[in-house]
Write a protein that binds this ligand. Structure first.
Ligand code: ATP
Ligand code: MG
Length: 225
């Protein structure tokens, strides 16, 4: 469960300050599948980053499983991001010269998982995204859709309870985009909370809930049948 309470986010100070979110409140339950939509500059990425503990609010609070993440400290926050959250972005952020397997196991290295556990969990995550046969390829040699699947495997390797996605299909063609969305929805069916920022109305319609931002405010929050 994520609870965003009256969160305001200002970038910069003084005359150059810009308010990207204005007193936004939102609660997302475990297991939900939520789309965040809105025009460019409406605050979608800002909201996602604040929920995921990648940035801090100027005012208000973000609570994850009844803990205010503003009180966690750097160590606690790192642990939350590494163990409880998975991230999938438009830019893949893979290490190009490492193999797919080496990329996917990076969060386990950071989490100090032993060598044998790492190997098993990495192979399992690759199998879940259908990328077992590319485990030893260099990340740079993958197609766009395969790169995004590798990113999802990397997000899965620590068995997160939530996955935050910012335009996960933004660099993919329609067909590969649809496959990535299907994969994310399959993970949601397996109990992972999935939050997707998207420009794509069709993708949003397939989520259980659509939250729309405009100029830093939620202008609609509706359930989709
Ligand atoms: N680090 C920053 N410093 C100053 N302004 C910023 C910063 N990050 C974002 N902004 C501004 O905050 C507003 C919201 O940005 P945000 O990235 O959340 O929008 P978005 O809805 O994700 O847009 P897009 O669809 O283009 O990705 C924008 O006007 C942006 O220029
Ligand atoms: Mg954005």
């Amino acid at each position: 469960m994520i609870q965003v309470e009256r969160v305001t986010k200002r970038y910069g100070t003084g005359k150059g300050a810009f308010t990207a979110l204005r007193a936004v409140s939102l609660a997302i339950k475990t297991g939900e599948r939520v789309a965040i939509i809105g025009k460019s500059g409406s605050g979608k990425s800002t909201l996602l980053h604040l929920m995921a503990g990648l940035d801090t609010p100027s005012q208000g609070s973000v609570t994850v499983d009844s803990r205010n993440i503003g009180t966690l400290g750097e160590g606690g926050l790192n642990q939350l991001r590494n163990r409880t959250f998975g991230f999938v972005f438009q830019q893949f952020f893979l290490q190009p010269h490492l193999t797919v397997k080496e990329n996917v196991l990076l969060p386990l290295k950071i989490g100090r998982v032993g060598r044998r556990g790492r190997e098993a969990r990495t192979l399992e995550a690759l199998a879940r995204v259908g990328l077992s046969d590319k485990a030893n390829n260099r990340a740079t040699d993958l197609s766009g859709g395969e790169k995004q699947r590798a990113c999802i495997a990397r997000a899965l390797v620590n068995e997160p309870s939530m996955i935050f996605c910012d335009e996960p299909t933004g660099n993919l063609d329609t067909e590969n985009g649809a496959k990535i969305i299907q994969l994310l929805f399959d993970l949601n069916q397996q109990g992972i909370t999935v939050i997707i920022v998207t420009h794509d109305r069709d993708i949003a319609q397939q989520c259980g809930r659509i939250v729309e931002l405009k100029d830093g405010r939620i202008v609609s929050d509706r359930r989709v049948a």
